[in-house]
Design a binder for this molecule. Structure first.
Ligand SMILES: [Ca+2]
Length: 496
């Protein structure tokens, strides 16, 4: 009896009394489930074959979607790296957690998911890109890619004799760079073979972590964060030639040869902290030149290489997922796959992210939790990534702490409850999306252009701004009120 009691969660023992012990024993395994959190960087919401994409092939992510729930209208709370990732880890919005742009620190005392799980008995690990000011007590196991010469990946390259000077992981085979000198975008074939490329290394390290956890008593949390399909568009063979540039259709809103518009908004890409500002200054001007694209041939090359990078991500995420199965952990592991933001890929003659339009602010979101959420469900509810952290805690049987702003998606995933009221985002603009509508309002500082209001269902390319139009007056009032109420939220600090 004593050994059985030891395996029960403390809360059950404390509240059980005598007969409920039998109930508790019949309940699901006392050990909380493992959590595998998969993130790709700059991965568009539509880049899944299961979502009906005409070109990309994502068999591994498709299988994950089929085994769980695919959320089709998931937004990020900020369409750049650090603020979005900070929300994934806190369940709070950027103006609350403090990471309002890249290279901003957290507000004092923010509680992050890996640290919280560690205090609940989890072994925690990270593989790949973090892009947050991490503390030493977040992770038991850390294999970081990026962040300079001290990174584990650079050490791996050095050890395998592949380390080149400068941009080791983005150098191109000489002569393979497309349109060199015509664009600040680098597109070509990587000098690194696939097995030395970051995504392969990250999957290797993730697999090593998983094998170490086999047979251990403690549940684990692993954050696997791959940089692709983020730029540069220099990728290894055979992914570089997987798609033919000439076959790539151009976005409907791309205008070949268009001149750089006056006041071309650089969006959140310029909304950086002290470090970022210094770097931009060192690079000289050129932010708009990098974000703006008007050459159709170059754009087709970019798109072909981007889709190749999507295939690379799918393959190596698939290796990690296969290892979970192979080790017999599938039934005890919650898996989430998402991205920190998308990429405009030439829509509106714009590259990358930082703006509140669909291809920048909307991301894929897949959730698999055997026995906890049904398989094969598709949810069209509008939501944002503040929901991820509370969903994971809820599904793992933990109380969501006061101060977490996101709401668990578990009832939505099970079909027993509604989703969040709306989705919100914050960078150099504020955004609220509810139902078919999206309102975008510039922050006081920085941006040219005024507010925008779109019916995204009728106008998916967001071409007809209905802000200030009488036909949309009621919805404008409603969304403005939602935005104001959201901005004025002052949630308490989360306590561990
Ligand atoms: Ca990113």
């Amino acid at each position: 009896m004593k050994s059985l009691l030891r395996r029960l969660p403390l809360a059950l023992i404390v509240t059980a009394g005598l007969w409920p012990i039998a109930v508790a024993l019949a309940a699901p395994a006392a050990r909380p489930p493992n959590i595998l959190f998969l993130v790709a960087d700059e991965y568009r919401h539509d880049c899944l074959s299961v979502a009906g994409h005409p070109f990309v092939k994502t068999p591994n992510l498709d299988r994950l979607a089929a085994d769980g729930v695919r959320f089709t209208r998931a937004y990020v709370t900020s369409p750049v790296c650090s603020p979005s990732r900070a929300t994934m880890f806190t369940g709070r919005y950027p103006q609350v957690h403090g990471v309002r742009g890249n290279n901003f620190p957290f507000s004092e005392g923010e509680v992050v998911l890996p640290k919280l799980l560690r205090t609940r008995g989890y072994t925690t690990g990270i593989v790949g890109k973090l892009h947050l000011h991490a503390e030493r007590d977040w992770f038991d196991f850390a294999e970081i890619q990026g962040g300079g010469d001290s990174s584990s990946y650079v050490a791996f390259l050095r050890a395998s004799g592949q380390l080149l000077k400068g941009n080791a992981n983005t150098a191109a085979v000489p002569g393979t760079l497309v349109a060199e000198g015509r664009t600040p975008l680098r597109i070509g074939t990587s000098v690194l073979p696939e097995d030395k490329y970051p995504e392969a290394w990250e999957a290797d390290r993730a697999i090593a972590f998983l094998r170490e956890q086999k047979g251990k008593d403690k549940p684990w949390f692993l954050f696997v964060s791959m940089l692709k399909p983020h730029s540069e568009f220099v990728i290894p063979k055979p992914f570089d030639k997987m798609y033919a540039a000439k076959d790539m259709p151009l976005p409907k809103t791309f205008r070949p040869g268009m001149a750089l518009p006056d006041g071309f908004a650089t969006g959140g890409e310029s909304e950086e902290g002290k470090e970022g500002k210094k770097r931009k200054k060192d690079d000289g001007p050129g932010s708009a030149a990098r974000l703006f694209i008007n050459d159709a041939d170059i754009l087709r090359e970019v798109i072909a290489h981007y889709y190749g990078a999507v295939a690379l991500v799918d393959k190596h995420m698939g290796r990690v997922l296969a290892t979970v199965n192979e080790l017999g952990m599938r039934e005890d592991t919650i898996v989430v796959f998402t991205a920190d933001h998308g990429n405009m890929l030439g829509e509106r003659n714009r590259m990358f992210k930082g703006v509140m339009y669909e291809s920048s602010a909307r991301v894929p979101l897949l959730l698999r939790a055997p026995g906890r959420v049904p398989a094969g469900r598709v949810s069209d509810a509008v939501l944002d990534n503040a929901s991820i952290m509370p969903t994971l805690l809820d599904l793992a049987g933990m109380t969501v702490p006061a101060g977490v702003q996101g709401k668990s998606l578990a009832p939505l995933a099970r079909g027993t409850g509604a989703g969040p009221e709306a989705a919100y985002a914050y960078l150099s603009d504020k955004m609220v999306r509810q139902g078919d509508w999206k309102l975008i309002v510039p922050l006081a500082r920085g941006k040219t252009g005024g507010p925008e209001l779109y019916n995204v269902a009728r106008d998916p390319d967001e071409q007809t701004n209905l802000y200030g139009k009488s036909e949309a007056a009621a919805v404008q009032t409603k969304l403005s009120a939602l935005m104001e109420a959201w901005e004025n939220q002052t949630p308490p600090k989360v306590r561990l």
